[in-house]
Design a protein around this ligand. Structure first.
Ligand code: M6R
Length: 369
């Protein structure tokens, strides 16, 4: 049932092009519009949304962090992303014009469910983004958009993460479409980009053998640090979480801009640092700033493992290892840059002789608070 793979996790990583395509299927029209009738929230309700909260835990929370960039950019609706376990304890400001998006692979995470119930009691509207049909979170929500990742068996979430990002993007584009903040050509342009992502993810998977080899050389490291900016920041956090979960290794993700504000002190001779580099074509010269960060950490002894777009030569002089991903528009990048981090964590754990699919102390779905 592992389909020839050593681990369910590897099989699930390999399924990502297909599940991304599945999550898009039937939700886009030929003319590049978004159709989400299945969602059960009326267009009138959605037009009135003044504020969005995304609540989730773990990897689903990181998908929410990625989604925030797209939702605010495409809809101009303010978005807050919050750990479900923290949400209701700080008396968040909620009312009828608040849309709460609860992201959960299992649909049974107790922290997310309790946060959702709190939001409901304050009259917010609830949209679940969930992978498990008929589970508790979608049942208690006003609306649901299902991810179509299929059953995820490995405790570490992989394919669910990519489909959560895609589902959030569909919601964002739909909101933009009905509210007129994105219209016609703009929506269809992004739809075109989304449709290209299964092939892009496939391309990354084809180049993973050197990443596995590299990962095996990292198995004895004391710690691995991950840096990213913009949507690359949640990707860095996700890379670190995968490594903690699977390899029981100290791993931290940082916003690269925070380096000088503390984390750079962690870097010593040979410390592996994985840097998720934004596209050189992106806005706000972020690329140049991250290239400087690579230089800075290397000057302090780091072994730099750089995830960069094909054709991005600026990183080469400062990279001990370069992992190439296909060129994508900025907001699509997490769908490709996450994949090598998943493969690395899996391989490092295997090299340490650990059970990749069933890490110690963890359960697939956390049904207690
Ligand atoms: O089922 P959920 O998406 O609600 O689960 C949330 C987290 O428990 C989950 O993502 C967890 O962090 C994974 N083990 C990450 O790999």
């Amino acid at each position: 049932e592992k389909g020839g793979y050593d681990w369910f996790m590897l099989k699930e990583i390999a399924e990502q092009p297909a599940v991304v395509a599945d999550t898009l299927r039937g939700r886009l029209t030929e003319t590049g519009e978004i159709h989400l009738d299945e969602m059960r929230l009326s267009d009138d309700d959605l037009r009135d949304v003044g504020k969005i909260f995304i609540i989730a835990c773990g990897t689903s929370y990181y998908a929410g962090m990625v989604a925030k960039y797209a939702i605010e950019h495409w809809t101009r609706i303010p978005v807050e992303v919050e750990l479900a376990s923290e949400f209701r304890y700080r008396d968040p400001v909620l009312d009828r014009s608040t849309l709460v998006i609860a992201i959960s692979q299992s649909g049974e995470t107790m922290d997310t469910l309790m946060a959702l119930r709190h939001a409901k009691s304050q009259h917010a509207r609830i949209l679940a983004i969930c992978n498990t049909i008929g589970s508790t979170i979608p049942r208690e929500s006003d609306a649901v958009l299902y991810t179509r990742a299929g059953v995820e068996i490995a405790v570490a979430s992989t394919k669910a993460f990519l489909t959560q990002i895609v589902a959030c993007y569909l919601v964002a584009l739909y909101l933009g479409q009905i509210r007129g903040t994105k219209w016609g050509d703009e929506v269809s342009a992004v739809v075109g980009q989304l449709q290209e992502m299964p092939a892009a993810v496939d391309k990354v998977l084809d180049t993973m053998e050197p990443v596995r080899e590299l990962a095996r050389t990292l198995a004895e490291a004391d710690q691995i640090l991950f840096l990213g900016r913009h949507v690359g920041f949640p990707v860095a956090l996700e890379g670190a979480l995968k490594l903690k979960e699977l390899a029981y290794m100290h791993a931290e993700g940082f916003a690269a801009g925070e380096l000088k504000h503390g984390p750079i002190a962690l870097i010593g001779e040979g410390t592996p640092v994985v840097i998720v580099v934004p596209s050189p074509l992106g806005r706000d010269s972020l690329h140049g700033k991250v290239v400087s960060n690579i230089q800075e950490v290397r000057a302090r002894g780091a072994r730099t493992i750089v995830i960069a777009e094909e054709g991005d030569d600026k990183v080469v002089p400062y990279a001990d290892h370069v992992i190439r991903v296909p060129r994508t528009p900025v907001l699509m990048a997490p769908l490709v840059t996450t994949v090598p981090l998943q493969v690395m964590a899996c391989e490092i754990a295997a090299a340490r002789g650990l059970d990749v699919d069933q890490p110690r102390n963890l359960a697939k779905s956390v049904t207690v608070e």
